[in-house]
Design a binder for this molecule. Sequence first.
Ligand SMILES: NC(=O)c1ccc[n+]([C@@H]2O[C@H](COP(=O)([O-])OP(=O)(O)OC[C@H]3O[C@@H](n4cnc5c(N)ncnc54)[C@H](OP(=O)(O)O)[C@@H]3O)[C@@H](O)[C@H]2O)c1
Length: 447
Amino acid sequence: MSYSSSNPSLVLIGPGNVGSGVLEQLALNGNISGYNHITVVDDGGVVSRLKRAEELLGLLQAKREAKERGLHLDSVIGGVPFKYEDFGNYFSDGDIIVNVLPTKFVASGGGQHASVRYDEAALSHGAHVVAAHKSAFGGNGYYRDLMNIAFSNGVFYVPAGALMGPTRAAEFLQHLRSYGSLSVVKVEGVLNGTTNYILSNMFEGMSFEDALGEAKTNKIAEPDPTDDIRGYDALSKAMVIPIMFQNLKGSEVYGINDSRSRLSTQDSHLIKGRENLGIEGITTKLLEKLKRKGQTIKLIGSYDASSGLVVVGPQVLNLDHPLSGLKGTTNMLVLKLEGTVQLDNILRNLYGNHNVFTERYGKTDRYTISIHYSALDLSGKIQKEGFKTIYTYDRKNNQITISGPGAGDSNTAAGLLGAVDKIRSTPDWLKSSLAKRNAQPSLADYH
Ligand SMILES: NC(=O)c1ccc[n+]([C@@H]2O[C@H](COP(=O)([O-])OP(=O)(O)OC[C@H]3O[C@@H](n4cnc5c(N)ncnc54)[C@H](OP(=O)(O)O)[C@@H]3O)[C@@H](O)[C@H]2O)c1
């Protein structure tokens, strides 16, 4: 990838699980040399002007030790106390802010959460923002406001972690949105890795309790997985699409007792409990019975542009349904489109020409994007990691399917850095005009 002439600086806010992955990959994958310098901000301190990989790795080690002792970056060598009011001192026009703060829609006092405030401040001061958090989609029109600020300052706002973070699906949707002649008319997807992991293990005979326990041990499920199990996490992700397309009219979660789950009344005695939401009440016995009939259950998020409604709930699917075969934490999004799309062009622009491997089968095109990166394992050794994102384009039905990992600290970090690299590789003379229509450069822009 070639970069623009002047190197930007990068500010990372939130060196937690995902943020540490970003810093680690910057240090280990040779990307740091492309930055003027790196600044890291946590909930109390800041360390600035880092220029070398060893300095970044040293900072990560110091941060880990400080955290164990309940301290922040102001306590490590080179660190100073940090207040929100100082934020603007740490970047200039054209720099890139990677916001990896926790996702909270509203602060406990009822005001705007820190993550959105930082985005707003950075964009208003002429910096690009790549955000891991989903706060912009929590209502109150945050996303629209942030896009307007980005627009008036000629910079990019990329909510890269909001939907299937490692795959960069949100960035892809922003790109689709910039094609005025194209609309997304229907969406269907499996958008929560924890529940898919639990359901696919239960389908193989494991109990709900054991599958959840295994998901917690493997750090797939949060210590409190209620929002995942009851469908609210999938709902917040499904809402990203209509919010981006400015068409959200309502949202709802239902459970397996609801008729929309398409469970036959003959099988309803195998449900546990009555007031269920999300995957609550689904039993291994029920999945075993459905399996014998050539069926399974998935937690599906859907959106219909004609009603503007987003709905999440379990659905009985035949085993030949594209979403039925999804295993473990893989997510999948199916977008039904109206209008023509140059998918090949978009993907090559987004992921880089040499990263996209294309195959054609009749009326279906398949694009595989392989991402590789180096990361440290628990013993501190450098390991090669990676994953694949697969796009298929069913030209007959004008339908795009995106599948890949839905989350994971290092894979999400790789997705964020992909978005950062895209901004860096866009020539300065093009950035402002593209940002104003929130587009990525296409070949036509260079002529
Ligand atoms: N994990 C995934 O797979 C995934 C996928 C997609 C999106 N995301 C999103 O990524 C974000 C980060 O997740 P995470 O698991 O890395 O969270 P985390 O481990 O809790 O890290 C959060 C970081 O933010 C810092 N922080 C909190 N409040 C702050 C404040 N007011 N000012 C400055 N810094 C502050 C914390 O500082 P201290 O270290 O000082 O406490 C910590 O470094 C979340 O929004 C999440 O939704 C995660």
